[in-house]
Each structure stands twice: as structure tokens, then as C-alpha cells.
Design a protein. Structure first.
Length: 203
């Protein structure tokens, strides 16, 4: 356990010396992932180390009446963000987030106590000009019986709308890119003879 001097969501992405691996698995304390899902996600990340690879997909959308960007968590045929509440990314991005990304973005994260995951998606898409990769078909990852998360508060979504529009102003353009691509295991939903087994039974 690493104790920090300041309580900040930005601490999530500090490139601690204690992290000796290239890959960082960032996971919320109320996220529920099975062992096989974690292993599969890591194997996909090893083939796309410059991307955020993870589980909860989200997307941005243009609000025509208000002429502004919106954050959306509804089911969709495409996505532009993978939330870092359950995702793999390269440790180098933690360094860029903490020491290279504009300070104004980290300040807004501290002000709202929100949006650090959106900020990381903006950063990686800005650098790579590639979208993130969502793995598995599952959309909800909250653990059963956990207390209600902050994300269920109406103000949470309003703040995220504001974050997206502010981040666009900081970058000078919209870095997020849409994708209709999702990764499942090769034998996902494939019927096998009884004497054969899958590498991943449920994904």
C-alpha cells in the first residue's frame, strides 16, 4: 500500500517506482472481474501495448441543440473510451499523465473529483490517434452487494459532460476516436465436442 500526501484521483496514475511491469491493471475497488477475464484482457493488451485495453466501454456524442459534447454510457454499436476502472495500459502513459499532460486537466479532475478516466482516454488517443480496445461482451462490472457508486449520482454525468468539453478546449480539438471493434476469445459462443475444452469458457 502506497500512502499519498494528497487525496486526489490523479494519484491513480502516478508512475510509482514500485511498478516494475510495463502493464498496469487499473481497477476500481467495486469492480468485479473474474480471473479469466483479467488474463484474457492482459493477453490482448500484450498485442496492443500502445492502447488502453479494458472492459467498460463508453463514447462521446455531439449534442446538436446545445452545440457541445456529451458523455454517454448507453449501449451502442461504437465506443470511443474504455474506462480505467477496469483496464490495462502502459506505465509510460502514467508518466505522461502526471508530468506532460496539461496541468489544467489535472486541476479539473481535482476540482470535480471526477473525470480522470476520461482524461487518460483523451491523452492516449491524442498520442496514438487510435481508439481504445474493449474486450469481452460484458457491459456492467459492478460487484454484487457493493454500496451504490458515485457514478449513479446525476451530478456525476453533468460533470463528465463539462469535463469532455473543457478537455476539447485544452487540446484544441476532439482527440477521441470511435471504434466498432471488440475482442472476444477465438472460440466465444462456439459449440465444441464434449471431449474438447475452450481456453476461456465464458468469454
Amino acid at each position: 500500500v502506497v500512502r499519498t500526501e494528497k487525496n486526489s484521483l490523479n494519484n491513480r496514475f502516478l508512475p510509482w517506482d514500485e511498478i516494475e511491469t510495463e502493464a498496469i491493471l487499473s481497477i476500481d475497488d467495486d469492480a468485479h472481474l473474474r480471473h479469466d477475464e483479467i488474463m484474457f484482457g492482459f493477453r490482448v493488451w500484450r498485442e496492443a501495448r500502445d492502447r488502453i485495453v479494458g472492459f467498460p466501454g463508453r463514447y462521446h456524442a455531439w449534442d446538436i441543440p446545445h452545440q457541445s459534447w456529451l458523455y454517454n454510457s448507453n449501449y451502442s454499436c461504437e465506443l470511443s473510451m474504455v474506462l480505467t476502472g477496469a483496464a490495462f495500459f502502459h506505465k509510460y502513459y502514467a508518466y505522461l499523465y502526471s508530468y506532460v499532460m496539461p496541468q489544467a486537466i489535472r486541476d479539473m479532475v481535482d476540482e470535480y473529483i471526477n473525470c480522470e478516466d476520461i482524461a487518460m482516454n483523451f491523452l492516449v488517443s491524442h498520442i496514438t490517434r487510435k481508439p481504445p480496445i474493449k474486450v469481452t461482451s460484458r457491459w456492467t462490472f459492478r460487484c454484487p452487494g457493493c454500496p451504490q457508486a458515485l457514478s449513479h449520482d446525476d451530478s456525476h454525468f453533468h460533470e463528465r459532460h463539462k469535463c469532455i468539453n473543457f478537455f476539447v478546449k485544452v487540446y484544441g480539438y476532439m482527440p477521441l476516436l470511435y471504434t466498432q471493434f471488440r475482442v472476444d476469445s477465438v472460440l466465444f459462443k462456439t459449440r465444441l465436442p464434449h471431449d474438447k475444452t475452450k481456453c476461456f469458457k465464458f468469454i
